[in-house]
Design a protein around this ligand. Sequence first.
Ligand SMILES: CC(=O)N[C@H]1[C@@H](OP(=O)(O)OP(=O)(O)OC[C@H]2O[C@@H](n3ccc(=O)[nH]c3=O)[C@H](O)[C@@H]2O)O[C@H](CO)[C@@H](O)[C@@H]1O[C@H](C)C(=O)N[C@@H](C)C(=O)N[C@H](CCC(=O)O)C(=O)O
Ligand SMILES: Nc1ncnc2c1ncn2[C@@H]1O[C@H](COP(=O)(O)OP(=O)(O)OP(=O)(O)O)[C@@H](O)[C@H]1O
Length: 579
Amino acid sequence: MSGDAAALSVAQQDRVFRPHGVVGASVEELVAELRSTGYDPLVSPVSREADEIRLTGAAMDPQAVGPGDLFVAVSGARAHGADFIATALASGAAAVLTDGDGAEKIREAIGYRTPVIEVTRVRDAAGPSAALIYGNTATSGPALFGVTGTNGKTTTTYFLRSLLDAVLDSHDQATGLIGTIEIAAGSETIPSKMTTPEAVQLHSLMALFRESGITAAAMEVSSHAISYQRTSGLFFNVAGFTNLTQDHLDLHGSMEGYFEAKAALFARSRTRSSVIIVDDPWGLQMAEAATGHVVRLATDDDPAAEADWIVTEVSAEALGSRFTLHSRRTGELIRCRTGLPGRFNVSNAALAAVMVLTAQERAELAFSRAEIISALEQADPFTISVPGRMQVIGTAPAAIVDFAHNPDAMIRTLEAAATASQGRTILVIGAAGERDITKRPLMGAIAVRMADHVIISDDDPHGEDPAQIRSALMEGARAALQDEALATRLEEISPRLDAITRAVELAEPRDTIILAGRGHEVHQDFAGTKHPIDDRVELARALRGRGYPTAPDAPDTPVAARPAATPRRDSTPEGGSAA
Ligand SMILES: CC(=O)N[C@H]1[C@@H](OP(=O)(O)OP(=O)(O)OC[C@H]2O[C@@H](n3ccc(=O)[nH]c3=O)[C@H](O)[C@@H]2O)O[C@H](CO)[C@@H](O)[C@@H]1O[C@H](C)C(=O)N[C@@H](C)C(=O)N[C@H](CCC(=O)O)C(=O)O
Ligand SMILES: Nc1ncnc2c1ncn2[C@@H]1O[C@H](COP(=O)(O)OP(=O)(O)OP(=O)(O)O)[C@@H](O)[C@H]1O
């Protein structure tokens, strides 16, 4: 989105990034739909005029409500949406969908002025309600490609979109994208608030996509989204699974709970086909749990016997890789490449390719196999820059900004660095506050096991004390240093800007610097206060400051200012047992 619109808040941008020609539904039609699907709605006030009110949009965030919207007021951990009824009404909300508590709050605040539809499961009902308003059905389009898994969602959706673009361009059709970094409808984009938006926004986006001539879209599906019913009422043409490793245990309680949340996406009622990477037992289990048409993809060196597609002939090419996709069923061989570093990007690229091939096989895309193969072999769709994902900022020393913020991603990123590096690996790492705390010591331990010099710093502390988060990482790192007699150098430096400067000061041209955890993010959140900092900008600045070369597309805009409220600076170089 450009011009004046770009100056709007994210919620305001959500409000204007909407379809225009929505036919909508009346309150009466919505209530009838909810009744017929078992939600047992109660409506007040019940009157002819109220029934005839036409709903032409839906929003859950009161700041994103527009005229004629259904305001979906949910009860949450921080607040009840109904507490914000005044904001929603001032913006033009025409009716409210809420629970008993919400209905009570609204009656107390405004009496019986606006129709209130009361159901017990508001989040469940939000998706089907929005689907009705925006005219979305299982076949209304666009062709939707959903990707879930602990790591690789963003990268795979960028790869998917790039491949779809390469094929659809010649058909004059555009593509969409919904994910952590941005929401895009063709060339129009807005920034994302969440990896997967709420159902009301997703349904609005489907209608916007259709209106904008978008025939295919790639979308990240987080486990939070599945648990919070954000994808309710949406139907995927192909759902893809990358992997399952430790993260988000604060929400899911256990790996089994986390698995169950993800598995819900691969049900016949939600997706027509599933493409599942079966490189580990979780993947194999996911393929067993999936119902409907399931395609198994193996991307490692020891492919599972059950795999339908395997990746073979992987070889290094510049910083990226070449590989061949082999269909065990038909014998088909397709040559692909990705310019992004790391073996995991071969997996992400293979998943994107097999998802599109599967959609074509199942006659869900109006283009031929030959067009996909030609795009794969000639358009190089997997050599693109994915913001903050293995993004190369400097070349000597190699300097990379990556989003790795959980144990498995760290291992894979540091493996990629070790393969590429001629010298030492210098790592800056932190952990986010108010998120899975059990991963912090694990991440500290992995850091000192796999890098040569580790600087523990801050990520987004959110409401937590940043020093405490660092200390949990340090604890894991120190224990590994001691127990495993490692020679890794370990420091704790805050703020992050100082940690970045220090990493560059330490580096020599043969070394590799990895700034992990923050990727594309441009603010750190300290208890609700946002401090501008972009790892990519600061790394490029520090490299240039020391006369080191930067990559051609390294940023040069001086975005970041030094944080206003700087947390404790605590630079305590520590050696491992041999240091
Ligand atoms: C755990 C979780 O996902 N919580 C989400 C959930 O919160 P909740 O149900 O507790 O609701 P709440 O925040 O109390 O708000 C209730 C209602 O009051 C409104 N409200 C609330 C507070 C306020 O100040 N103003 C306001 O209007 C809200 O818009 C909502 O309508 O619904 C809220 C409304 O949409 C989300 O903002 C909130 O996301 C929180 C902030 C969050 O951080 N979520 C992250 C963990 C998340 O979802 N991440 C995944 C990606 C994870 C990954 O793979 O890394 C994602 O898909 O983004
Ligand atoms: N297939 C993969 N397997 C393991 N690690 C990966 C994979 N793909 C990417 N990574 C690592 O995970 C990080 C995040 O990648 P990406 O943003 O593509 O995943 P994501 O699932 O969208 O993550 P998030 O949900 O946290 O945004 C990358 O920066 C990289 O370190």
